[in-house]
Write a new protein. Sequence first.
Length: 150
Amino acid sequence: MVVLWDKIKAKEREGAPVKGLLASVPKSLPALMRAARLQKKAAGAGFDWPDYHGALDKVREELAELEAAAAGKEPLRIEEETGDLLFSAVNLARLLGVEPEAALTGTSAKFTRRFEYVEKMVRQNGRDFGQCTLAQLDIWWEEAKNLEGI
């Protein structure tokens, strides 16, 4: 019975389009998670850097391309190069053994803490953001970093 079933399924698959390795990665995933899964699948097939150095060079290359696009004020190219940079950073994180979602979540929390400190300092000085120079805000930002011991 199992042999017959396998033959029937094999016959059904004949002529069906061949799905690529990446087809199993849901398009509905959040972009960061999808990028990580796509890269992991590709790496599993052997399409990978031997170590993080190649990925780091790729991040540098993509950053240079983004800088060129920004200098040229080309909105579509800026968006494309930003995506390439983010994708490359996710790949670098993977090669360094870092879960990009966890890393970004941690950084977002750190940013929030520091920004809340800056907000507190603005209020304690009887001002609002529009009355503060960027230099003053940056001083408070550095204070927030120092308070965290970084």
